[in-house]
Design a protein around this ligand. Sequence first.
Ligand code: ADP
Ligand code: MG
Length: 497
Amino acid sequence: MHTETEKAYLLKALEHFNRKFIVISPDFKVLAASGRDSAALAKNSGQTHCYKTIYDRFAPCESCPAKKTLQTCEPTLREIENDRAHSGRMTCLYSYPLVSEGVLEAIVVVDFDLPMLEKLEDRLKRSNAFFRNLIRSAVDGVIAADKTGKVFIFNDAAAEITGYSVAEALNHLDIRQVYPEGEAYEIMRKLRSEEYGGQRKLKFYPTQAVRKDGAVIPINLNAALVCDNNQEVASIGFFHDRREELRIKRELEKTQVQLLQAEKMASLGKLAAGVAHQLNNPLSGITLFSKIVLEDYELPDEAREDLQRILRDAQRCRDTVKELLEFARQTRQIMKPNDINKALSRTLFLLQNQTLFQNIEIQTDLAPDLPPVQSDIQQINHLFMNIILNAAEAMEGKGRLSIKTAVAPAGDRACIEISDSGPGIPEEVLPHIFEPFFTTKEEGKGTGLGLSLVYGIVENHGGAIRASSRPGEGTTFSIELFFAGKEKNEAQRDGKS
Ligand code: ADP
Ligand code: MG
């Protein structure tokens, strides 16, 4: 128990504590008041309701903390968030019970909050949940790790990029596993240096992420060191997946290369056409005059034979010139129904007399009555030319070239198979052959453009191409092209023609 002097001091202390401090009965009547406006409040002690005196109301306020204390017998903090109405007024913020022998005797209400731990925790939890949600729904992968490398923040996008599940990452992932060997160390070094976006920061740093399955993914990394009292405690990284961006870039490069190639082909075509026309006149002369000499003169048998040989060769030159003209005929894409067998034969005709083909046995198995394919004939010629030339180069001019056409079982497209008996394509090379500039040939021999052009042409026609090969057992290119009127997608065809 307090002595009288103590009580006097305590009262004085309360009086000088210039905040509202009232004691009310369980039926909300003011029993005592101290601090601000105490005189007015406690005027008729035990007679007037607190809500009437303070707020001029006829019932306790909606969010009165004392109401809750009355129910629970627990200290209560007013729910301020839901209570904008009383802002600026002398609000009752906090209440606690006065219990005597197990019975609630009175409630103390004050206008300053004494937040309880649980409340604070609750708020903290809510704001934590909000931030977790924020991080979770971020578009970029977010990964944070403590100083030992243990991951403690890992969002859904990070899971998508790395292939680890969130639970897996939070339980056993070390941040070093997410980067290629030595890269985590390099990133930490850069983070600690001033040079890469300021101290403790790394901005738009292009690097790689290593997936759970070992695949490596290009990313842009934004990272920061997290410090507490100037001590490094963690690091956080935002992983921006660059695969889509790079894919579009590659596609663009490929298109540019194809454009370049197409232009080159177009000018080559013009050149060939010019030369062919120039050759046509003298060839006509040779043919005509050989015939005249044969008919008009009495010639010894040997001379006659020689002349006939000249005539035959001139005829062949004319055929070649005709095919060359056909081959190089047009420069703009013109889609129309074309006979694929004829295109193959023409390409073979042009190639088979070249020295490279002298020791190559050519086998053809062309399906009779193959329906026409909706296509640009010049592109189709280039397509076959590139594949057949590659085959001859791979066989180094010696071996067997097989060309087969057939109607696909579905009946809507042609299947063309071009196989060679060359050395085949090693497994690690096969995925790259259609990439622009990819070549295994020595400098000056290969440009690496042939198959990328082929790929572009097949895509252009809505078709498909596949290369299969086993080292030592040759290579087969299989191409599928839709018959005219059977194209996959009308819109695509209309847009392209
Ligand atoms: P290039 O012929 O200029 O090298 P391509 O794009 O035509 O470029 O071909 C790319 C690569 O694909 C070649 O360098 C070669 O390694 C491989 N290749 C293509 N066709 C064959 C084939 N029939 N046999 C073996 N390798 C081939
Ligand atoms: Mg080539």
